[in-house]
Design a protein around this ligand. Structure first.
Ligand code: ADP
Length: 608
């Protein structure tokens, strides 16, 4: 029986250590712990009930050993007394169990509610951030914060805090009972328990460090897996399955090595602490046995005492691990509060909404460097004008800065200096949400969502089915959609994988047209489509350009020929500006670009 109890303590100690620093992130203490606790405020009613249950279950746990000892003594006196005492003990246990049930359920429920709320707030904060933020933070890291950091916090503010309270009450309660039962025996015990606990804490720290390394290696392995699985098409087309497997195997092996160290460290911890606990128990047992022998205390008192000893040792051991968990949550909360408090550099709301869009787009001496690559100035003093209702083509060598210009117009980023204006109003003064609704962008590789074609088309604006169909017809998408069995309800798959390139583009054009934008930002596809698709896509694009201000990153000769103006961007600078004919006549960069590209086919302009 005693041996079993010791084993149970060891197991719990071990389990508790396993919970320490799950994600292996370093722990910082300088945090507003109160803010962490405040997260649970809306659940205060539930938490109060849970706290009452906690009090009741701890009371049961702390009084039970006393009656345990009384049962031992009663067994030596009379049956009637034995029956009575066992019954009381049973009632104490049952009451404790019922209270424990309420405690566990209510704390967990409150935690679930809190974490659901926290995740929504955090997700909102993430998607409000400016694009530069996403250049600098990996998707995996952000989703990890949503999924696991919030979980750690949930445990901290419910389970950990309640456990902390429970163990502290358990230790104090048990010590009081022990002193009342026998002060000198308590003295012996108090000399031993802190030594064991201190040892456990120190060793716990050591194990934690190994665990942290183990977690880091595990994280490396999962990102390798994630990268290869999400790029599975590239992996397959380069027949790189074995390469992927080797890479993944290497990272798994590294994590295994740390895992091995962890297993040995934890195993020897369990063994060592086992011996120390056994020695301590034997000491108390010997001294207590001596007191019984000398008739200073009864056998029942010694039994109670031993159970209290276990109670205290157990609570001490778990206290340190709960503390570790709590500190881990504090670390997670730093990352979460940082994100919750982060105000986006370009917020989505706020600013002017113009009654009518007058004037075109104006770039005035724009300089720009991506915040994620501060040493690479991308736009250098770029100035140009796009008249309202005109079509302007951007051409130039790849990497010159054309897409960056489009990004700046969408206000994904702000220029470092110079200004971009709509009419006479600086874009920075406009409400970004309002302004973005005035335009649509169609990129080379349109992103669709894993929902139906209909929902994809009406993604930017609530629309009835007629409007959706009309947009699809305009975009030359209606016919192919109707040829599908489920028509507009066809699911397109993740990122639209179930559609062909040309089909995806036409759905994206329909999505853009449904908004009926004043400004259209286009990136003509360079990727080869079959002739039929190419024709249909081109026709859709031509139609889409009608009666709009259009800025197009042009790849086709017909587009540049039809453009009101061609702007040549090279190495972040405006190299030339004029109509196609004017620029050809000028016999400069553009002409060379067109000639070389038309002959070598290595350009961003190709012949129809
Ligand atoms: P183009 O559209 O003319 O091919 P881009 O505007 O895409 O050129 O790129 C211009 C330069 O900006 C390139 O040097 C490119 O590496 C860099 N760049 C593009 N996007 C980013 C980004 N999100 N973060 C950092 N640098 C970028």
């Amino acid at each position: 029986m005693r041996k079993l109890k010791i084993q149970r303590i060891l197991h719990r100690l071990n389990d508790a250590l396993e919970e320490v620093e799950e994600d292996g992130k370093p722990i910082k203490r300088d945090v507003n712990i109160f803010r962490l606790v405040r997260l649970i405020k809306p659940e205060m009613g539930m938490i109060s009930l849970a706290a009452l249950s906690l009090l009741a279950s701890t009371a049961s746990q702390t009084t039970a050993p006393l009656f345990f000892g009384m049962v031992v003594d009663a067994a030596q006196t009379s049956m009637a007394r034995l029956n009575r005492t066992v019954l009381i003990l049973l009632l104490i246990y049952i009451a404790g169990a019922i209270a424990g049930l309420f405690r566990a359920t209510l704390f967990t429920l409150a935690g679930q509610r809190m974490v659901a709320r926290l995740r929504k707030e955090l997700f909102n904060s993430i998607i409000q951030q400016e694009i530069a933020f996403f250049d600098q933070n990996r998707t995996g890291e952000l989703t990890n914060r949503l999924a696991s950091d919030t979980q750690v916090i949930q445990n901290a503010v419910t389970v950990n805090i309640s456990m902390l309270a429970r163990y502290i009450m358990q230790i104090i309660g048990s010590l009081v009972f022990m002193f009342v039962l026998n002060a000198s025996l308590t003295g012996v015990l108090l000399a031993v328990v802190p030594i064991i606990s201190l040892g456990a804490v120190q060793y716990g720290k050591f194990v934690r460090r190994i665990r942290q390394k183990f977690q880091d290696r595990l994280a490396d392995a999962s990102s390798t897996a994630e990268e290869n699985i999400s790029n599975i098409r590239t992996v397959k087309s380069f027949v790189a399955e074995n390469k992927a497997l080797t890479l993944y195997s290497e990272s798994v092996d590294k994590s295994y090595l740390e895992g091995k160290r962890l297993a040995i460290a934890e195993g020897s911890f369990t063994g060592t602490i086992g011996i120390i606990v056994a020695a301590a128990i034997s000491l108390v047992l010997w001294y207590g046995g001596k007191l019984v022998f000398e008739k200073d205390i009864t056998a029942g008192v010694l039994t109670s005492f031993l159970l209290y000893t276990l109670n205290v040792a157990f609570a001490f051991g778990l206290l340190s691990s709960v503390y570790g968990d709590f500190m881990q949550a504090v670390g997670a909360s730093i990352r979460i509060f940082e994100l919750l408090d982060k105000t986006p550099a370009i917020s989505n709301q706020g600013g002017m909404k113009l009654d009518n869009l007058q004037g075109g787009l104006e770039f005035d001496r724009v300089q720009f460097t991506y915040p994620s690559r501060p040493d690479n100035q991308v736009l250098k003093n770029v100035s140009f004008h796009v008249e309202r209702g005109q079509m302007v083509a951007l051409v130039g060598p790849s990497g010159g800065g054309k897409s960056t210009i489009v990004n700046l117009i969408e206000r994904f980023y702000d220029p470092d200096s110079g200004s971009i204006k709509l009419g006479s109003t600086n874009l920075k003064l406009l409400d970004p949400s309002w302004f973005r609704k005035q335009m649509s962008a169609v990129s080379q590789e349109p992103t669709l969502f894993a929902c139906s074609i209909r929902d994809n088309i009406s993604y930017g604006k609530e629309a009835d089915f007629n409007e959706v169909q009309e947009a699809a017809k305009q975009a030359n998408a209606h016919d192919f959609i109707m040829s599908f069995e489920e028509k507009y309800d066809t699911l397109v798959g993740e990122r639209g994988v179930r559609l062909s390139g040309g089909q995806k583009q036409r759905v994206a054009i329909a999505r853009a047209l449904l908004i009926n934008p004043d400004i259209l930002l286009l990136d003509e596809a360079t990727s080869a489509l079959d002739a039929e698709s190419e024709h249909l896509v081109q026709e859709a694009i031509d139609r889409a350009m009608n009666n709009r201000t259009v800025l197009v990153i042009a790849h086709r000769l017909s587009t540049v020929r039809n453009a009101n103006k061609v702007i040549v961007i090279s190495k972040g600078q405006l190299a030339e500006e004029g109509t196609h004919d004017e620029l050809i006549a000028r016999n400069g960069v553009y002409k060379k670009l067109v000639l070389r590209q038309l002959t070598a086919g290595e350009t961003n302009i190709k012949e129809d």
